[in-house]
Design a protein around this ligand. Structure first.
Ligand code: GDP
Ligand code: GDP
Length: 436
C-alpha cells in the first residue's frame, strides 16, 4: 500500500502550497475538467521516485490554541496513519512558541520528522535554517514551495523513511485477476455488496485478514473470471465486530484506488450525489483508474424516482460520461452480473494494447478532419503517436507548438481515440512531446 506523509505546521506557513505542488495532477486536462471536485487535503504525489499519499493537516495551530476537537482528531488520525511527518515552518516568521508545542506533539508520535523551512526565496538559506537548528531535527531543509524549489531535497530525505516495499508485490494468483476497489461514502452499501459477491464461506477466510491494518485483498471468482477485491471495508466490518463503526478513511480509499485497476464507486440512489462522491471520482481520475458507477438501493424506487435519479446522474457526471452507470441492489443481488460485466469491460479497455502505426494513422485522421486553431499565424503540428502505457491507456503525441493546444482540442483528440478503439470505462491520457 502507498505510504503516507502528513504535512503539519501552523496556519500560513505554506502547507497547502506545498500540498498543491506535490499532488498536482499528472494530467492537466483532468485537473480542470468542469465537474471534478478536487480534494484539498488528501492526494497522491507521483513526482519523486516513489508515490505516496500526502495529507495536508490544515490548521493545526498548536495543541493549546483552542483547536476545535474535530480538526484535532483528524490531524491525529493523519499523524497516526503517516510513516513520515513533514513539519512545515516559516523562515520569515522565524521560530515561534507555537512551533515548539507542535513539535512536542509530533515527537510524541514517535514518527520520523523532516523540518521544511519554507519561504526561503530571497533569503540567505543558511541563516534561515540556523534559527531552527535549535529543534535538533537532523533533516532540516530549505524550501520555497511557491516557487517549487527544494522539493528534490525533500524527496531525497523522505525516500529512506518510506517503507521499502511501496510497490506491493502481487501474489501469484493476483496476476491474472482483475483488481477492483469498491469505494463510496459510508452507508452506500459497500459491505452489503462485498458480502453478496463473496457469499458466506469467504468471510471466514477474511476473518484472519481482518486483523491487519492494511486494506484487505480478497480473491473472488465469478462466472469463470478471477477478481481481487481491494480494501472492502465491509469484509473487515463483518469480520471484526468491534470495528462495527469503522471511520470513513480517505487515506485507505486512496491506497485502495492506487492498488486497483478498476474503481467501483458506489452511490446511494436514494440520496443526491454529494461533493464527497465527486471528490472520490476526482481521485480515481487522478490515479488514471478505470471507473464504474454502481447506483445502489435501486430496489423499492418507483418509476418516477428512477427517472429523476438517472437524470441527475447524467447531468452531474457528464465529465465522466464514458463511465457506465449500473443500477443495482446489493441487498437483493440484482444487477450484479451487469456490474461485473462493466468491470470486465472497463478493465479490458484500460489495458488494451494500442499499436504505434495505428495510433499515428488515427492521429492523422483526427488532424485532417479538424485542425487545432492557429497560434500567431502558425498551426500546431501533430506528427506521430505511440503508446505510452496502459491503465490508463496513454497516447504520446509528437509535434510542434503542442504547448498551445487548447483543452478543447485535446478533448476532441481524446474522443477521437476513444471512438476508434472503443474505449469504455477508462480515462485516456494524452501526452504531448515537442519535436522529433
Ligand atoms: P497554510 O495555511 O500553511 O496552508 O499556508 P498557505 O499554503 O496557504 O500559504 C500561506 C501564504 O504563504 C500564501 O500567501 C502563500 O502564497 C505564501 N507562501 C507559500 N509558500 C511560499 C514560498 O515558498 N515563498 C513565499 N514567499 N511565500 C509563500
Ligand atoms: P457501507 O457503509 O457502504 O459498507 O454500507 P452497508 O453495506 O453497511 O449498507 C448500509 C445500509 O444500507 C445497511 O442498512 C444496508 O442493509 C442497506 N443497504 C445496502 N444495500 C442496499 C440495497 O441494495 N437496498 C436497500 N434497500 N438497502 C441497502
Amino acid at each position: 500500500m502507498l505510504p503516507v506523509v502528513a504535512l503539519v505546521g501552523r496556519p500560513n506557513v505554506g502547507k497547502s502550497t506545498l500540498f498543491n505542488v506535490l499532488t498536482r495532477s499528472r494530467d492537466a486536462l483532468v485537473a480542470d475538467l468542469p465537474g471534478v471536485t478536487r480534494d484539498r487535503h488528501y492526494g497522491v504525489c507521483h513526482l519523486g521516485e516513489r508515490p505516496f499519499v500526502v495529507v495536508d493537516t490544515g490548521g493545526l495551530s498548536g495543541v493549546d490554541e483552542g483547536l476545535d476537537a474535530l480538526t484535532a482528531q483528524q490531524v491525529r488520525l493523519a499523524i497516526d496513519e503517516a510513516q513520515a511527518l513533514v513539519f512545515v515552518l516559516d523562515a520569515r516568521d522565524g521560530l515561534l512558541p507555537q512551533d515548539r508545542s507542535i513539535l512536542d506533539e509530533l515527537r510524541r508520535s514517535g514518527k520520523p520528522i523532516i523540518a521544511a523551512v519554507n519561504k526561503t526565496d530571497g533569503l540567505d538559506e543558511q541563516a534561515a535554517l540556523a534559527e531552527f537548528a535549535a529543534f535538533g531535527i537532523a533533516a532540516t531543509l530549505p524550501l520555497a514551495a511557491a516557487h517549487n524549489r527544494g522539493t528534490d531535497r525533500l524527496f531525497a530525505a523522505l525516500l529512506p523513511l518510506l517503507p521499502e516495499d511501496a510497490h506491493e508485490e502481487l501474489a501469484p494468483d493476483e496476476n491474472d485477476s482483475i483488481r477492483v476497489a469498491i469505494v463510496g461514502r459510508p452507508n452506500a452499501g459497500k459491505s452489503t455488496l462485498v458480502n453478496r459477491l463473496l457469499g458466506e464461506d469467504r468471510l471466514i477466510v477474511s476473518d484472519v485478514a481482518g486483523t491487519t491494518r492494511d486494506p484487505i485483498r480478497v480473491p473472488l471468482e465469478r462466472d469463470g473470471r478471477k477478481y481481487t477485491l481491494i480494501d472492502t471495508a465491509g469484509v473487515r466490518r463483518k469480520a471484526r465486530v468491534e470495528e462495527a463503526v469503522e471511520k470513513f478513511s480517505v487515506i485507505k480509499t486512496l491506497q485502495s484506488m492506487a492498488a486497483a485497476q478498476v474503481v467501483v464507486l458506489m452511490v446511494d440512489a436514494r440520496e443526491n450525489l454529494a461533493d464527497q462522491d465527486l471528490t472520490l471520482i476526482g481521485h480515481a481520475l487522478d490515479e488514471g483508474r478505470a471507473l464504474v458507477i454502481a447506483v445502489n438501493k435501486w430496489d423499492g424506487l418507483d418509476a418516477y424516482q428512477r427517472e429523476q435519479c438517472q437524470r441527475a446522474l447524467e447531468r452531474r457526471l457528464q465529465f465522466v460520461d464514458w463511465a457506465k452507470n449500473v443500477f443495482i441492489s446489493a441487498l437483493h443481488g440484482s444487477g450484479l452480473r451487469e456490474l461485473m460485466r462493466a468491470v470486465v469491460r472497463a478493465h479490458a479497455s484500460a489495458t488494451k494494447e494500442l499499436g504505434s502505426s495505428d495510433l499515428t494513422r488515427t492521429l492523422e485522421k483526427a488532424y485532417q478532419s479538424y485542425q487545432p486553431p492557429l497560434v500567431r499565424g502558425h498551426a500546431p503540428k501533430l506528427r506521430f503517436a505511440h503508446p505510452g502505457g496502459s491503465n490508463p491507456p496513454t497516447v504520446v503525441i509528437h509535434g510542434s507548438r503542442t504547448k498551445h493546444i487548447a483543452p478543447a482540442y485535446q478533448r476532441y483528440l481524446e474522443n477521437f481515440f476513444r471512438k476508434r478503439y472503443k474505449l469504455e470505462g477508462t480515462p485516456i491520457r494524452i501526452v504531448f512531446r515537442e519535436g522529433e
